[in-house]
Design a protein around this ligand. Structure first.
Ligand code: HEC
Ligand code: HEC
Length: 480
């Protein structure tokens, strides 16, 4: 810097001794030289360090790939209510093409509710839901990336070569062999959850078996559901065309079903052609100056990439606490002395380590402009507020605007939604657990970050309507 100041002084003296015309051209040259010096100096905006952190572009190598017939079969199964105990909900109810692979709600309404997205209700009479599902339904974009070897907000399903099935999961040794990847392993679970898809004891045999923990045994949850699919000739033909080991209906098992659904999710909801991806592949014009400024903040001053790193802008195997707002019925944790279970200890539920309390998976920051509400309990539906929460969790919690919670109202459900937030003794430990140093960014900088998140959103993901089948082989309704 000292050297540069001296150089400037010499220049100014030289300019003063020149004629006006000569001054002008000299100025021009001088400005160019100064720019060149600044560009070469260490005082420049740190582009070199910034760009060193940018990920390599995503390629086919990064994704599980599948053939068209398996994808098509998975597409049908994913939208077919035949896989739910009471035949009233499909995977797509909570991960719908028309809701950007989520459900548009803070917390999902499981089996018993009617309708989709924001118009979903909590059900009526004997069918009404018993509780809200305690966590936000995450989007499924890029869940078929090989890097996604860990599933769920707390990572309770993950690839693990030490296990016979290849995965650690809540099913332990019950998890069968033959699952293609963690995404397929994940598909074993929603069907056995009473609130999500199975239903309540006494309502149907799937629910009865699920309540007894009979998942893998003869007549268990997976057997019963495979049996339903075996009875539909259109499905049998499709399975035969996809799987070499399916020669007749009785050969179909739930692992075939799970692998097909993973094929659909992986291929159809792959989203790696955003302007940011194009930029990473060398098209420097793909992003606007504001988006580039946002990217530099994301990888620099704003500190986002300290957690949202890697090609997916969220590594599947990292868990952090950002002191997220806890709403809804919770996961039943009571080690902190509260017996109502409305807390959610996050990662600690899997590791048993109290140091992991309130840590949740660092979710991918890709496609987020399409996927609110955000966070493990869907507490934020305003992206600016969510970013401000990251910057200063304590202040954001104090200022939290509850009106952004999006879910159908029912008096008894609403009554417990804010139990944790209403009790300072329960929010304090959440805020004490945070893994971030508070930062202050201007409103303009936050807008630039949102510009970058927009650039990291694949335009192809905006309209997924055509991937929603009009009918499914069971004949059960797809839209309602
Ligand atoms: C009632 C709503 C609901 C239904 C139905 C449902 N899910 Fe989900 N899904 C969720 C919720 C909530 C989570 C997160 C749960 C958690 O992390 O504890 C989730 C998580 C996932 C994930 C993990 C994504 C990630 O980033 O970790 C995948 C993949 C997924 N679901 C696929 C499916 C499939 C396949 C089906 C059907 C077999 C299905 N879901 C049915 C609500 C639902
Ligand atoms: C200390 C690690 C950390 C840092 C730094 C961080 N995040 Fe996050 N972020 C997380 C975690 C963990 C979650 C999920 C929290 C949860 O589920 O409760 C998350 C969630 C998000 C989500 C919501 C994703 C979804 O699908 O719901 C967005 C968007 C996001 N972060 C953007 C940012 C931005 C922008 C920055 C920089 C200002 C940032 N994050 C900095 C850890 C971090």
């Amino acid at each position: 810097m000292k050297m540069k100041k001296n150089m400037m002084a010499v220049c100014v003296l030289m300019i003063m001794s020149l004629s006006v015309q000569a001054q002008n051209s000299f100025y021009q040259q001088l400005i160019e030289e100064i720019i060149a010096v600044i560009n070469a100096s260490e005082y420049q905006v740190p582009t070199s360090t910034t760009f060193a952190q940018l990920p390599e572009p995503l390629t086919d190598e990064d994704f599980h790939l599948y053939g068209d017939a398996q994808v098509e079969l998975g597409n049908m199964l994913f939208y077919d209510k035949i896989l739910s105990g009471n035949r009233n909900i499909s995977c797509a109810t909570c991960h719908h093409g028309q809701a950007s692979t989520g459900d548009g709600l803070s917390l999902p309404v499981g089996e018993g509710g009617n309708g989709l997205g924001n118009s979903r209700d909590t059900g009526f009479d004997a069918d009404e839901i018993h509780a809200r599902v305690p966590r936000n339904a995450p989007h499924v974009f890029n869940a078929g990336a090989k890097e996604m070897s860990v599933m769920f907000h707390d990572g309770r399903v993950f690839a693990d070569v030490s296990q016979p099935s290849g995965f650690t999961s809540p099913a332990g040794n019950d998890l069968p062999m033959g699952l293609d990847n963690a995404l397929a392993a994940q598909a074993m679970f929603p069907v056995q959850s009473a609130e999500e898809m199975a239903g309540q004891v006494g309502e149907n045999e799937v629910a009865n078996q699920a309540s007894q923990g009979n998942l893998a045994g003869p007549g268990g949850v997976w057997d019963l559901l495979a049996g339903r699919v075996q009875a539909i000739p259109e499905y049998v033909d499709m399975f035969k065309a996809v799987y070499a080991d399916v020669n007749q209906a009785s050969d179909i098992n739930y692992v075939h079903i799970a692998n097909a659904m993973a094929a659909f999710e992986a291929v159809i909801w792959r989203a790696d052609n955003s302007p940011f991806d194009q930029y990473l592949r060398g098209d420097k014009g793909a992003m606007s100056p504001n988006q580039i400024e946002g990217m530099n903040l994301f990888y620099g001053e704003a500190g986002c990439a300290e957690c949202h790193s890697g090609k997916l802008l969220g590594p599947a195997d990292e868990f952090k606490s950002i002191g997220m707002i806890q709403i809804g019925p919770g996961k039943g944790n009571s080690l902190n002395g509260y017996s109502d279970g409305h807390d959610d200890f996050g990662r600690e539920r899997v590791t048993g380590n109290p140091a992991d309390r309130y840590k949740f998976r660092v979710l991918s920051a890709r496609n987020v402009l399409l996927t609110g509400p955000w966070g493990h309990a869907g507490a934020y539906d305003n992206l600016t507020d969510l970013i401000k929460h990251h910057l200063d969790p304590v202040l954001a919690t104090a200022n939290y605007d509850r009106s952004q919670v999006k879910m159908p109202s029912r008096e008894d459900l609403d009554a417990i939604d804010f139990t944790v937030m209403d009790d300072a003794n329960r929010t304090a430990p959440i805020l004490q657990s945070v893994d971030i140093t508070p930062r202050s960014l201007s409103d303009a900088q936050i807008s630039r970050l949102i510009d970058f998140l927009d650039a990291a959103t694949d335009r192809k993901s905006i309209n997924l309507r055509k991937e929603v089948p009009k009918t499914v082989p069971s004949g059960l309704p797809v839209f309602d």
